[in-house]
Design a protein around this ligand. Structure first.
Ligand SMILES: [Ca+2]
Length: 267
């Protein structure tokens, strides 16, 4: 469509050469045709530019929201809506003061040429991970929703009310179809809640066995004394394991013993 338009312009210039500018009618005609031709060419260029950008790819995390801890296995999912993907640059950012990578990034076998992949250590230092992978000649390029990459995320926050997001840096991403078309990226973030709970761990050591306190063995030598009452109270409430206040000697420190003490104290 560009060619006929260009030919038209050439024709006009030829007309300019052949015909005398002195002919006012020809000159007016040229003035009228020229803007129309320019508009036609512009429209053609716009049409081609738009054609380069048709098609889109949805970028999302799976799961779309999760709690930490325990550590989460997170997948980056891409859906190119039927267009085969040949090349993809995906960039993700996260708050490194709240979450960290707990594994290296694994990428799909469908785009087996790994051009660039941020290491776990560098991602945790920068709070950013870049993944650039492409189809090798023998790869079957994915055209429907596929797992682009996966990794494990762990919490680094000690505040369990913290929240953060895992986000695609769409402006720095480029996903190209097998036909050489750059796909428009529609990106969705994932929500992270640091209020998860660690699984209960078995105790690592048993507490040392303490010798139970026995109190004062002479406390009830005088049954109605305040010492005897205090001994009875402590043994009754089980803060002492001795049975010095078992005044009726039935093996139990109970209200009967209190009654014996009360009568003795009353005199
Ligand atoms: Ca008793």
């Amino acid at each position: 469509m560009i060619k006929p338009a260009a030919r038209k312009i050439k024709k006009i210039y030829r007309t300019l050469d052949n015909k005398s500018i002195g002919n006012p009618l020809a000159f007016i005609l040229i003035l009228l045709i020229l803007p129309i031709t320019v508009i036609a060419v512009q429209n053609t260029i716009n049409y081609f530019s738009k054609a380069q950008l048709t098609g889109s790819v949805d970028a999302a995390f799976s799961p779309a929201s999760f709690n930490l801890p325990p550590n989460a296995n997170v997948k980056i999912m891409l859906d190119p809506h039927g267009q085969a993907v040949a090349f993809a640059r995906v960039v993700i950012v996260f708050d490194k003061t709240k979450v960290k990578f707990d594994s290296e990034i694994t990428t799909t076998a469908s785009l087996s040429t790994v051009v660039e992949k941020t290491t776990m250590a560098n991602a945790n230092t920068s709070g950013k991970a870049v993944i650039v992978i492409a189809a090798s000649p023998t790869d079957t390029q994915p055209a429907s929703s596929f797992e682009f990459a996966s990794f494990t995320l762990a919490s680094v926050s000690s505040n369990n009310t913290d929240t953060s997001t895992l986000t695609f840096l769409a402006s720095d991403m480029q996903i190209v179809s097998a036909g050489g078309t750059e796909l428009t990226v529609n990106a969705a973030s994932a929500a992270i809640n640091n209020g998860g709970t660690n699984p209960t761990l078995p105790p690592t050591n048993t507490p040392p066995t303490l010798t139970p306190p026995t109190g004062n063995p002479q406390a009830c030598n005088v049954v109605g004394s305040i010492d005897c009452y205090n001994q009875w109270k402590a043994e009754y409430q089980k803060s002492l394991t001795s049975k010095i206040a078992d005044l009726n000697q039935d093996g139990k420190v109970d209200l009967i013993d209190f009654e014996i003490w009360r009568r003795a104290a009353k005199g």
